[in-house]
Design a protein around this ligand. Sequence first.
Ligand code: CP
Ligand code: NVA
Length: 303
Amino acid sequence: MKQDITTLWDLPEKRIRFLLERALELKSLARRAPVLAGRSVGLLFDKASTRTRVSFEAAMIQLGGVPMFINAKDTQISRKEPTQDTARVLSRYLDGLVVRTYSQNFLEELAAQAGIPVVNALTDMYHPCQILSDLMTVLEFRGGLNDVRVAWIGDGNNVAHSWINAAAILGFTLVLACPKTHLPDGDVLSRAREKGKGTISVVHDPAEAARGADVIYTDVWASMGQESEQKIRQKAFAGYTVDQRLVDMASPDVLVMHCLPAHRGEEITEEVLEGERSVVWDQAENKLHMHKAVLEALLLTWS
Ligand code: CP
Ligand code: NVA
């Protein structure tokens, strides 16, 4: 049966751990075998992207395959062609589909109707591949994921939701500091607490989350699609900037992470983003290695 990644819950813990190890292995290889020669993967994107798009495209090329970028706005999806028809037709042309869109329901419907693996490259609700490469970065710098305390500081958004899923599946400690007006989704939290094994808490004081943290993670205050709320959000998130004062409260070897793009002076200061605890550039690089591991696993190992 094909393996989709619509959320991290699609992946059993052992498959997540396999991807983390394989991505680290692929990163260390000087030569890459063209194991995906003759395969093509569509990148169906309806939102902007620099890192996810280019790293998936580069990953496919480096593995010998062909990526095909498809701007969703140029397709019949924008003229309301039924999702099931799009899914069935694209499955006749391609070996896999990587999708960035607004609606998680649309993505899940595509996955349900497609005969090929479908990968979530960000929706309004989740960004699972981001967290896979972030976990790889934590593993790379810390050597393990046991006893890791991750502090999420900012919006309870799509990236936060995937961190919640990861903490539940892998069993680490996640403390999210969010304003009461911008909390993570209640259903995402309940499912994680009911089915998962991590310790997940939500607080409203960034210092409480940062104290003793091994990872401090933040993301933009207004995600794609929320541009009109930018001003309201700047007020709601006052006091949530990741600055040196917060970093100094964390573990001395804390990793400062940000999925990027960053808004310097809003959710993170320039000093911290460019500071000695920041791993954001390695984190961005690791998207390439993780996406190779994902493509290889979905198109070959698990197909
Ligand atoms: N982190 C991330 O997903 O970046 P892009 O929006 O540039 O793909
Ligand atoms: N939360 C951000 C992540 C960008 C990679 C957004 O959805 O725009």
